[in-house]
Design a protein. Structure first.
Length: 382
């Protein structure tokens, strides 16, 4: 537009009026398309594309993360994406930023270079839905997905073979890590409907799911990790419900650690561990002494065949009711994760879960109904 005399220009009685108006309308339409709330990513795309349609997709998830704005949905086509992702743009409570694999587990993230964390989500109000995070072969990757912006979630994803060859030391790691942070006090992370297996190679510093804030851990299936679900440091007000945890070398569920908190301090409160199946792990449920953890509850769980089923130093650190200690009767149990962990119709876990705060659907998306089974899968044998 440089050099065009707009100041004294008039549309009236000007032969250029129609073409200019047409051009103006086209420009307005172009602007509307560019501000659309959808971006598309494909292995056949280019990062020089606009990414605003499936016919002109971007090539990398990172480029889409850079372009995202509140309310955007990033659609990722099936394929393998070898990259390290850091998403920093914040959504809002009414306009979340959603990264969605168009086919469940079809968009596969593989570690790039010497990355420690495969996907870091520092922007708040961010959802990661349906991805496969495959860390196989990496000697440096210690974390699959790291949430650190608050009010965010990982749903319906499969995280596996992370930190299997990266050594074992106190730097920590995990399949999914939700972190309150130091001083910033981010909160409210939901980890729902995920499959997490083969994480850490038995290293006690690397967990299947690690949560140090508030939120929900629901309908997950976890095996082949150290602690299946580990809640430490600043953990508080976390609902741990209807998970299936088996063949982990450490505890199925661990909570506490407030003496090492960065923000909240002691005691840890509001941890609710309900309706879970915790089977054949190194330990069942562990919680520290009552002076550090009060007002927590362990209810309606099936806890069986762990080397130690319970390690709660004081009953007052967590009320404990409705516990079943017998074989859950999976359809086909294999410790390596290759079995079928739905319940036989004769399972003692059927219809034995609490209904308060229970999820409406199970791991498969099946409606739970009026009566609730324990574990991640519902049989509907009511």
């Amino acid at each position: 537009m440089s050099g065009f005399p707009l100041k004294n220009f008039s549309f009236a009685n000007n032969a250029l009026t129609a073409p200019l108006l047409t051009g103006f309308a086209v420009a307005m339409m172009t602007c509307t398309v560019a501000s659309a709330a959808d971006l598309y990513v494909s292995t056949a795309g280019r990062d020089t594309n606009t990414g605003t349609s499936s016919t002109a997709p971007l090539r990398t998830i990172q480029r889409a993360a850079n372009l995202a704005r509140p309310g955007y949905t990033i659609h990722v086509a099936p394929g393998t994406y070898t990259e390290t992702i850091t998403s920093t743009v914040n959504g809002t409570s009414s306009a979340r930023i959603r990264f969605v694999s168009d086919t469940k587990y079809g968009a596969i993230l593989r570690p790039a270079g010497s990355a420690y964390t495969m996907w870091t989500a520092r922007g708040g109000y961010t959802d990661i839905d349906g991805f496969q995070i495959n860390g196989a072969g990496s000697t440096t990757a210690r974390v699959g997905i790291y949430l650190n912006g608050g009010n965010s979630s990982v749903k319906n994803s499969w995280i596996h073979d992370v930190a299997m060859a990266s050594g074992c030391d106190n730097r920590g790691g995990g399949g999914i890590v939700a972190d309150q942070g130091r001083g910033s006090a981010y909160s409210n992370y939901d980890i729902i409907g995920n499959r997490v297996n083969n994480v850490g190679g038995g290293c006690g510093w690397i967990q299947g799911i690690y949560h140090s804030s508030s939120g929900k851990i629901i309908n997950n299936v976890v095996n082949g990790t150290s602690q299946g679900i580990n809640m430490g440091h600043d953990d508080h007000n976390i609902l741990v419900m209807n998970n299936t945890l088996f063949a982990n070398s450490g505890y199925g569920v661990y909570f506490g650690g407030c003496k090492e908190a960065y923000n909240n301090g002691c005691p840890t409160r509001g941890i609710q561990i309900h309706n879970n199946i915790i089977y054949a792990n190194g330990g069942g449920i562990q919680g520290p002494i009552a002076s550090e953890d009060v007002g927590n509850s362990v209810a309606n769980n099936l806890v069986y065949a762990n080397r130690t089923n319970f390690d709660l130093a004081s009953p007052s650190s967590a009320t404990r009711t409705g516990i079943i200690s017998t074989d859950p009767q999976f359809v086909s149990y294999l410790s390596n994760g290759g079995g079928n962990y739905r319940l036989k119709t004769t399972s003692p876990a059927i219809n034995r879960g609490q209904t308060t705060y229970a999820p409406q659907t199970d791991f498969d998306g099946k409606a739970r109904g009026y009566y609730i089974d324990m574990g991640a899968y519902e049989t509907n044998a009511n």
